[in-house]
Write a protein that binds this ligand. Structure first.
Ligand code: RB5
Length: 150
């Protein structure tokens, strides 16, 4: 992924806030441009309120890739996957991050803010951003995910 020309979308609730701030800084330090959809403090928020706007923007093609977090990563991922053009994968290791790109052409990665060390989360994000979709037999599988919704 070309860093300076691709804007990455990022969002979390309070459960993922610390991780979001850490990952955002890492992305910027590594030359990426970041659109932060919030939340902007540790104050409690409902994860759908911050995840829906990011997921809709990815769904509408405004951003190509997104990174989302909540305490477990589940609420964020479940919310994001309501959109037909979103493929959000929950990951807690680098191999999963590689496989959601290779096999699922995931455009959003969801991370468990309360269950991963920050450095590990960054390694996972790096794999997600640097792995391309494998295509081949996975194309028709991915196309079938949202077929009846379109
Ligand atoms: C917030 O306490 C927590 O429920 C949320 O971050 C997330 O884990 C939900 O799936």
């Amino acid at each position: 992924m070309t860093k300076s020309t691709t804007v990455l979308a990022i969002a979390s609730d309070h459960g993922g806030f610390e991780m979001k701030e850490f990952i955002k800084k890492k992305l910027i330090d590594n030359g990426y441009i970041v659109k932060d959809f919030g939340t902007y403090s540790k104050e409690s928020v409902d994860y759908p309120d911050v995840i829906h706007p990011l997921a809709k923007a990815i769904n509408d093609g405004e951003y190509k890739m997104g990174i989302i977090m909540c305490g477990t990563g589940n609420g964020a991922q479940i919310t994001a996957n309501k959109y037909a053009n979103v493929r959000a994968g929950l990951c807690w290791n680098e191999e999963q991050a590689m496989l959601i790109r290779l096999h699922n052409n995931a455009n959003i990665i969801s991370l468990p803010g309360r269950f991963l060390p920050l450095d590990q989360a960054w390694k996972i994000v790096e794999v997600f951003l640097s792995t391309n979709f494998e295509g081949g037999r996975h194309i028709q599988r991915v196309n079938k995910i949202s077929k009846i919704l379109k």
